[in-house]
Design a protein around this ligand. Structure first.
Ligand SMILES: [Zn+2]
Length: 464
């Protein structure tokens, strides 16, 4: 995610966890949350999802959604009851393995399902949820209406619950496919590869398939009167980008996508997905989001934004956080890529100079150092990681040297591809590659709320 000035009130400051960790005793009931320190009720216990098939029928003028979501999962314990995360329209029915199941909605986003037969550990099961009703505007925290009359889904750390039921945690990534039927004059864009686009009478049905595992907040759908740009990478990979009616001026920017993918691939290893692109909205949402393979861009997105969201495909998407307190793994890297590595490698910018100037400017600014990079606190995930994250990584690079640094940032995403990782795993990974003890360095940069000592602030930079 990349925020634009003034977006705090709308986006950052709204994410405040209010719930406490769920206390659960019944061993035959899946936990309603996974105990993330910031969002304890996100995700659910007792099962592991392999695949989502989301089938929606959406009518932009009436804003009515009629949908069926099919979830293929495997039980990890005996389950008499389990939860899905869902905050969308009224549920009309739930079945498990083809048999009608009981269900009740509770809390902000819990859908508790009682299968008619208990589920057994290690065995696959299928849940089908039918739901329908008018959509609500979450204003950038999920389903959002576009000025054109269309709609899109985007938001971090949550958005998917507004339009389909899921296990809403980065810890349970699954493959995803969308089948959307809309009036024929509308277009539908989502993650992955478009496998169908057919007009039948006055309706259009479009299918998109994401073949690599994806976290809920990285799924998206956008319904608008899009124009398309189709490009190819040198290796033949097709890149599909979409532009809402007033976003056509961004086409020139998106034409640089093949170059940006090559640039990021040089740094971080092979691009982890089978396709890429972008969705350029005609909406002032105050942020851009790295929705998998095809980021969502609000108005005012620029080259730096595209580089940032492309870097997330490695840092955040292929390798996802274990807990939201690990957010620096996403944003520190995406920001360093766009703010330092891109200008350095494409324009020869003196990034040491930029780094030193930033330190000079903010060293005595207590507010600048107030929020730690590791575990910034619920509601503060999208703050210091942007402005101090790049400084941390540049200092790390100068501390361990280019050779070790660029080997680490290439090997770490490969070691955790399509999975999860934490900041402490990153620390250990770096430490395993260098002889110097980095404990003090990491503590100063990641955990302290004051400027690092000079030895960590200027490693290898002020020796003259
Ligand atoms: Zn970001």
């Amino acid at each position: 995610m990349r925020l634009f000035a003034g977006a705090c009130a709308a986006v950052v400051c709204a994410f405040v966890a209010g719930a406490t960790a769920p206390a659960h005793a019944d061993p035959l009931v899946g936990a309603p949350g996974l105990g993330d320190p910031y969002y304890p009720l996100d995700g659910n216990g007792g099962y592991d999802v392999q695949h989502y098939d989301v089938d929606i029928d959406y009518d932009p003028p009436s804003r009515l959604l009629t949908a069926t979501t099919t979830i293929n999962a495997t039980a990890t314990q005996v389950l008499h009851m389990f939860n899905l995360d869902f905050a969308g329209p009224p549920v009309q029915g739930v079945s498990v393995n083809g048999l009608p199941a009981g269900f009740v909605r509770n809390g902000d986003h819990e859908l508790t399902v009682s299968p008619s037969l208990p589920l057994l550990p290690g065995l696959p099961f299928t849940v089908v949820v039918d739901y329908a009703g008018p959509m609500r505007d979450t204003e950038g925290k999920g389903w959002t209406f576009a000025p054109s009359g269309g709609a899109f889904a985007a938001g971090e750390p949550h958005s998917a619950t507004s339009w389909y039921p899921l296990n809403d945690t980065p810890l349970d990534k699954a493959t995803f496919e969308l089948h959307a039927t809309v009036p024929a004059e509308w277009e539908v864009v989502s993650n992955g590869v478009r496998t169908e686009d057919t007009v039948h009478g006055d309706q259009r049905t479009v299918s998109w398939v994401a073949a690599q595992p994806i976290a809920g907040y990285l799924t998206t759908v956008a319904i608008d009167r899009f124009d398309y740009l189709v490009q190819r990478r040198a290796d033949g990979t097709a890149l599909v980008s979409a532009f809402a009616p007033n976003a056509g001026h961004q086409r020139e920017l998106e034409q640089r996508l093949p170059e940006i993918l090559d640039f990021a691939e040089n740094l971080y290893g092979p691009y982890p997905f089978e396709t890429a692109g972008g969705i350029y909205l005609d909406a002032d949402i105050g942020f851009a989001l790295e929705t998998q393979t095809r980021p969502i861009y609000g108005l005012w997105s620029d080259l730096q934004t595209v580089v940032h969201e492309v870097a997330h495909q490695w840092w955040g998407n292929s390798v996802s956080v274990r807990r939201w307190s690990d957010i620096c793994l996403n944003e520190c890297f995406a920001s360093y890529t766009a703010d330092y590595l891109w200008p350095e490698r494409t324009a020869g910018a003196d990034v040491d100079q930029h780094y030193l100037q930033t330190i000079r400017e903010y060293r005595d600014d207590a507010e600048f150092w107030r929020i730690p990079l590791e575990n910034p606190g619920a509601g503060y995930e999208f703050t210091s990681v942007y402005y101090r994250g790049p400084l941390f990584l540049h200092a790390l690079r100068r501390q361990i040297g280019d050779e070790a640094f660029f080997a680490v940032v290439r090997d770490f995403p490969a070691a955790h591809a399509y999975g999860n990782a934490s900041i402490s795993e990153f620390r250990m990974f770096v430490q395993s590659r260098v002889a110097t003890d980095l404990t003090g360095f990491f503590d100063a940069w990641l955990n302290r709320t004051t400027p690092p000592a000079p030895e960590y602030l200027f490693p290898g930079l002020l020796r003259s």
